[in-house]
Design a protein around this ligand. Structure first.
Ligand SMILES: [Zn+2]
Length: 232
């Protein structure tokens, strides 16, 4: 490997990057509201302050907060590329700018079907450090997208937790509050809540009670509805 670097003729920047020990893959997973985007931005900002060239990518499917920024639930922002897939990134950015990149951040990684190939290519062939954040499981606790496929490729895996919305214990799972059954339903606290194991298991009945109460609220006066809730 070192012979590549010692020859000025063969020392293309691609070869340099391949031998660059900074080529890494880091995975941040967890349920919704666990601070995954915040952790990702913290790491990207720290890479920035170390003088490394960074770019952030998010899925163009998620336009909840802003189209051209990654935004945390508490409003911290970072400019990003909103793309339908990852393999279009190099072309969108331009080969020269891609070459100069050291670190690529990917938010909401579960939405990218080409995540595995992109990460392999970026870290193994192009010498990039990839830091990605995403949901490990969907609302049914099934593997979501290709995020878990990246674990065998990764240097580090961090599983973050949220606070259970019902008991404030550690929350590992995301419960969907609505009847919608498609896997990709983009929403925030109106649709999802983080829950502990006990409340995930009891979740469907809790959601059912909430729905019934809300339904009766829309039919009767608020005061009597509150009384009803109190009696229940
Ligand atoms: Zn709980």
């Amino acid at each position: 490997m070192s012979s590549l670097q010692s020859s000025p003729l063969s020392a293309s920047s691609d070869a340099d990057k391949r031998d660059n020990p900074m080529s890494e893959i880091h995975v941040i997973v967890g349920p919704m509201f666990a601070g995954k985007t915040t952790a990702l931005l913290r790491r990207i900002n720290s890479e920035c302050s170390n003088g490394r060239n960074v770019a952030m990518i998010k899925s163009s499917k998620d336009t909840r907060y802003a189209v051209d920024s990654v935004v945390t639930h508490d409003g911290i922002k970072f400019p990003c590329w909103a793309l339908p897939n990852l393999l279009s990134f190099k072309e969108t950015l331009g080969a020269e700018a891609y070459e100069k990149l050291d670190v690529i951040g990917i938010d909401e990684a579960q939405f990218f079907d080409d995540l595995y190939d992109f990460c392999c290519n970026a870290a193994d062939c192009n010498g990039k450090t990839v830091i990605l954040a995403g949901l490990d499981g969907d609302y049914m606790r099934r593997s979501f997208g290709s995020v878990l496929d990246i674990i065998p490729l990764a240097d580090t895996v961090t599983k973050l937790t949220a606070r259970c919305e019902l008991c404030r214990k550690q929350a590992f799972f995301t419960l969907r509050k609505t009847d919608e059954t498609k896997t990709e339903l983009i929403g925030g606290a109106d649709v999802y809540m983080p829950v502990c194991r006990q409340h995930y298991v009891n979740g469907q009945s809790v959601v059912e009670v909430t729905r019934t109460v809300l339904k009766s609220c829309s039919n009767v006066q608020t005061d009597s509805c509150l009384e009803e809730v109190a009696v229940v």
